[in-house]
Design a protein around this ligand. Structure first.
Ligand code: SF4
Length: 372
């Protein structure tokens, strides 16, 4: 099989598709996105159609449409774009990212018509002053209205994003956000701590990060609060109710292969990891300048650990040994022993996983593996 010049041997079962349009630009954002116009949409559609055509399988277990704001497209545009993905069958989990202010009941019906069965909604906060500070354009009523629409059209698996470590965000704000989130009919919560990117508005305005101790306190509080309110903490920043973990993201954390389609997207095909251009002109002109990295055996073994330790259940040692034809405990003996000695790692029932302390220090945990 071949995709954009990369030769690989097994079809991935997961696909990420990037929609780069946003109705407005948030203050913290430096993603691959552009303000939506219908002229740009037409140009983009032609390129994404070709990209999707070059995926030479019709079988996919998970599809994740992210952005940008995919819901910023008009109903007609959503219909045409999602129609390009209708050929994929066997899709167990089909997610689209939405922002509350860009949705309508008709758009929700359109999502349902094309088989979407999971929503990831950019809520970020339920506090008006924080939404305003982030330049988010929705209000709390918009969020509640969207949840009602999802229910009405029969999309019952809904994840929300919440942000913490925001400037001017008090502990009380954060506690309120988590309490409201738990009171809603949502199956999944993803937490994001603010990073001030130099190219974002926050970066340009010189916004300072909050105190590290407060950030840690917010994270710890969230783990305890969500865990005691029916959410299973299954990944560093992700929590699921009723077993509704993100199957698509688990494919990343299990270091499976996946296609990345669209501006700035990344994918992994066998021994190759690729990242597409974030430059709109290059993308629209189809001078698809892709960065391709060929992974050697030790890269793969390390990256599988880097991704796998993000999950609370950790890495199945037997599976890892089979996949890479090594003895994990012997291969990384030094790193494992040192991390266990520090109380950051443990081996439980055949799985290697981080402890609660190790969760927050994952970067340090991985440094040991990198240096081993
Ligand atoms: S955070 Fe999301 S919605 Fe906001 S500008 Fe960035 S991509 Fe668009």
């Amino acid at each position: 099989m071949e995709f954009k010049g990369i030769v690989y041997h097994e079809f991935p079962k997961a696909m990420y598709v990037h929609v780069p349009f946003c109705a407005s630009i948030c203050a913290y954002c430096d993603f691959a996105r552009v303000k939506y116009t219908s002229v740009l949409f037409d140009k983009w559609l032609a390129v994404i159609r070709k990209e999707l055509d070059s995926v030479s399988t019709n079988e996919m277990r998970t599809i994740y449409i992210g952005g940008g704001t995919p819901s910023s497209l008009s109903i007609e545009q959503l219909d045409v774009f999602l129609g390009l993905l209708d050929r994929f069958s066997g899709v167990e989990e089909y997610t689209i990212e939405v922002n509350p202010e860009t949705l309508s009941l008709e758009k929700c019906m359109m999502l349902k018509k094309h088989g979407i069965n999971r929503i990831s909604m950019g809520v970020q906060s339920f506090q008006s002053h924080l939404l305003k500070m982030m330049d988010r354009k929705h209000c709390v009523e918009d969020i509640m209205q969207c949840l009602a629409w999802f229910k009405e059209v029969g999309i019952t698996n809904c994840s929300i994003d919440l942000m913490y470590a925001l400037p001017k965000q008090s502990m009380e704000d954060w506690e309120n956000d988590l309490a409201i989130a738990c009171s809603l009919d949502v199956s999944h919560i993803s937490l994001y701590s603010l990073t001030i990117e130099p190219n974002s508005k926050f970066g340009r305005w010189g916004v300072e990060p909050i105190d590290g101790d407060l950030e840690f306190e917010m994270y710890e509080y969230a783990i305890d609060y969500l865990s005691s309110h029916g959410f299973d903490h299954y990944e560093v920043s992700n929590f699921a109710r009723n077993g509704l973990c993100s199957k698509h993201n688990i494919a990343y954390w299990k270091y499976d292969d996946f296609y990345g389609i669209g501006l700035g997207s990344s994918g992994k095909l066998g021994k190759y990891r690729y990242t597409q251009t974030m430059n709109f002109v290059e993308y629209f002109n189809e001078t698809l300048d892709m960065e391709i990295v060929e992974l050697d055996d030790s890269d793969e073994r390390f990256e599988a650990i880097m991704m796998g330790l993000r999950m609370l259940e950790g890495i199945c040692i037997e599976e890892y040994n089979c996949r890479y034809k090594v003895d994990l405990l012997a291969l990384y003996e030094g790193a494992i022993n040192e991390n266990i000695r520090r109380g950051w790692l443990e081996i439980v029932d055949g799985y290697m996983c981080v402890t609660r302390d190790g969760l927050y220090l994952l970067h340090e945990v991985l440094l040991e593996f990198m240096n081993d």
